[in-house]
Write a protein that binds this ligand. Structure first.
Ligand code: GLP
Length: 244
């Protein structure tokens, strides 16, 4: 779906999420959202905050699972995804803190595998992800599922690609301070989400968008797996769609 600009696109996605939250509220069910970080969902989060503040949208029945977190990472660090989510969304809406899940960047290495399988079990116990928001990395990564991630990959500790670290290094004041690893939700849980919306803005993303949407389905470009999802939409502005 191509929109005039990212603001119009973000508004439309926020509207869809609001509708889903309300349907789930009327059914007295939790609404399970998979959330992403990065610059792409920022407009969506500010629109959701606006719907809460101006139109009384309540998030009391919403349970969220973020895709990823750098490892190691302290939650109060400026670059943590915990900080990102609290500042841009959680602290500005009425979601219950215990309903917000973000992979824990403070674990001992030996604890990670167990932690990741519990993260997935929690998602399963709620009936899976109702709606998953994704951004896309320049190499086609989703979450931190880098090139080479398998379609059935689990939630796990991963090594970040050099290109991903270079992109992140501006936030970390240089490559040497940029984490080399992260914990990411696996491709399998993303593919199991009932609905997937991938957001991409600007011409800089146009080549990887074309490769993901029109190219071969390959683990070299994890976003291409979404071609095989039965309810996935790439929500784009004109720039990101310009090579389709
Ligand atoms: C990071 C995140 C991804 C995100 C990507 C793109 O790698 N872990 O989830 O999709 O950045 O970021 P942006 O939206 O800023 O282009």
């Amino acid at each position: 779906k191509v929109f005039e600009d990212s603001q119009a696109a973000s508004r439309a996605v926020a509207k869809e999420i609001a509708k889903l939250i309300k349907v789930k509220q009327s059914q007295k069910q939790p609404c399970v959202l998979g959330l992403a970080t990065g610059s792409s969902p920022k407009g969506l989060y500010s629109e959701l905050v606006r719907l809460h503040q101006e139109e009384d949208l309540s998030f009391k029945n919403v349970v969220t699972f973020n895709l990823d977190e750098y490892y190691p990472m302290q939650p109060d660090s400026v670059n943590s995804y915990v900080r990102f989510m609290k500042t841009l969304l959680f602290d500005q809406i009425d979601i219950l803190p215990e309903n917000c899940h973000i992979p824990d960047g403070t674990l001992e290495k030996a604890e990670i595998a167990d932690y990741c399988s519990r993260y997935e079990s929690k998602i399963e116990s709620l009936g899976g992800i109702d709606l998953q928001i994704l951004g896309i990395g320049g190499n086609g990564h989703i979450g931190f599922n880098e090139s080479g991630s398998l379609q059935n990959s689990k939630t796990r500790l991963v090594a970040l690609d050099h290109i991903t670290r270079v992109a992140a290094s501006k936030d970390f004041a240089g490559l040497s301070n940029t984490p080399k690893t992260a914990i990411t939700l696996g491709v399998k849980k993303i593919m199991e989400a009932k609905r997937v919306i991938l957001l991409a803005w600007g011409e800089a993303k146009s080549t990887i968008i074309r490769t993901s949407v029109e190219g071969q389905v390959t683990n070299q470009v994890p976003a291409s797996f979404l071609q095989e999802h039965n309810n996935a939409t790439f929500v784009l502005d004109k720039g990101a769609a310009s090579k389709l």
